[in-house]
Write a protein that binds this ligand. Structure first.
Ligand SMILES: O=C(O)CCC(=O)C(=O)O
Ligand SMILES: [Fe+2]
Length: 433
């Protein structure tokens, strides 16, 4: 039960309700927002819809987000796009940001040049999630100008209250990445964050990823937003042909690894895995780590770009990916030998049209002091964690059957922590946008 739902003393809500009775769009919007804060999402969706229909752009955006994620109403991503286009037509840069986010999936909207244009508009309007995504984008580049842009954008985001921008900025200031080291400024940021209950990130450093190969249209000049760079599949080295096991080095930048850890930290819980025999999600002993399944509601554009990059490194589409999982192993924790494909009954119960988990990609997010390798006992392959490195492997044989030889394990961590991001990739589209 939610706080306000059973509370007749909620005078603030009562006042907002009587204001909303006037039918004035902004009053409807404010009432809906108060309802969301009290967890009354069905009523909120209804009132956002009313305000949106009356031409309130921010209500249109909020209603669209509810349609996109099926919160307070049935999920209807194509209707969500229609409402966002309406709001964008009324001049909302936030609507444009959400359209860019949807466009990355290439399902409800084509993944075209509009993504960069919309992002740029949202950046120019100082919308914090857009600032964060642009900062991380420029932070991958090797030239000084883009590195300085990354710092400036993180400063703008942090100044507008984005805790993740502040965390990323503090790490860069502390280490002098893209700027002179400024320990006092970093400490001040950490102090402010701690006051809001935001802990420091674990230590994550990584070399800058290699520059992406030039496009047909030539090099991207500094200062250009070009998200399509994430589409270029990174080269891999083959460890085994049967089953196929590949390694991709320097896939993610330090900012990208830190973003994943920062997003996951508040949601970590003891891991559960699907028991291959019972199909039940209670075999705790198989995986002793903690994990954070990242609900798509939590995905900002930066995290979508990173996932797109990861999916493409596995020669797959973002839409085929199940929801991102971030895992943390502490000393002694491990993921015992297992296979990632699901029992048929689980596939039947969860998006059967997507098929099974054909391929997996795991990305190591930090340097593990000792242990934590990913081991494939059948081909005898062992891959050591390194920040930004990925391991890609097939769970299916080339003839399209579950491959028992895909057996693998996350070896026990002996010292330090291991952070890992996993995308399980289905045979067909799993996501709806
Ligand atoms: O921790 C590892 O190295 C392996 C993780 C894994 O097997 C998975 O996430 O499916
Ligand atoms: Fe696995």
């Amino acid at each position: 039960m939610t706080r306000g739902a059973a509370n007749d003393d909620d005078t603030e809500l009562g006042e907002l309700r009587s204001d909303a009775a006037s039918g004035v769009p902004d009053a409807l919007f404010r009432y809906a927002t108060a309802l969301v804060a009290r967890g009354r999402v069905e009523e909120a969706a209804h009132h956002y819809h009313l305000a949106g229909a009356a031409g309130h752009a921010n209500a249109q955006v909020e209603y669209a987000r509810m349609l996109l994620h099926g919160v307070g109403t049935d999920a209807d991503p194509s209707m969500a796009v229609e409402w966002l286009l309406r709001a964008e037509g009324l001049g909302s840069p936030i609507a444009g940001y959400h359209l860019a986010l949807i466009g990355l999936g290439n399902l409800q909207l084509p993944r075209d040049g509009r993504i960069n244009e919309r992002m740029l508009t949202a950046v120019q309007h100082d919308y914090p999630p857009a600032l964060r995504a642009a900062a991380i984008h420029f932070g991958r580049k090797r030239n000084e100008e883009d590195q300085a842009t990354c710092i400036r954008l993180l400063e703008r985001g942090a100044g507008r209250g984005d805790p993740i921008a502040a965390l990323l900025l503090a790490e860069r200031l502390h280490r002098g990445e893209g700027c002179q080291a400024q320990h006092n400024a970093a400490n001040e940021l950490w102090l402010q964050l701690a006051k809001h209950g935001v802990p420091r990130l674990p230590e994550i450093t990584a070399p800058l990823p290699p520059p992406s190969p030039p496009r047909a249209s030539g090099e991207v000049p500094p200062g250009t937003l070009a998200f399509e760079e994430a589409l270029q599949p990174a080269p891999w080295t083959m460890h085994s042909q049967q089953p196929r096991v590949m390694q991709v080095d320097h896939l993610l930048s330090a900012d990208e690894c830190r973003l994943m850890v920062a997003t996951a930290m508040p949601y970590l819980r003891a891991s559960r895995v699907v028991d291959p025999v019972t199909g039940r999600s209670d075999a705790r002993q198989l995986r002793t780590s903690s994990d954070a399944p990242i609900d798509p509601v939590l995905e900002d554009l930066a995290l979508r770009v990173v996932q797109l990059r990861i999916a493409r490194a596995a020669r797959s589409e973002l839409a085929q990916a199940e929801h991102l999982i971030v895992l943390r192993y502490q000393p002694g924790q491990e993921y015992r030998p297992h296979r990632d494909y699901l029992p048929d009954r689980v596939v039947q119960a969860d998006r059967p049209s997507a098929g099974n988990r054909k391929r997996t990609i795991c990305v190591y997010l930090n340097a593990v002091a000792q242990g934590g390798e990913t081991e494939f006992p059948v081909p005898g392959v062992r891959i050591a964690p390194a920040p930004g490195r990925a391991v890609v492997f097939d769970n299916y044989t080339p003839d399209g059957l579950p491959d028992p030889d895909s057996l693998h394990a996350g070896c026990p961590v002996q010292a330090g922590e291991k952070w890992l991001a996993t995308l399980w990739l289905r045979e067909h589209a799993y996501r709806s946008f």
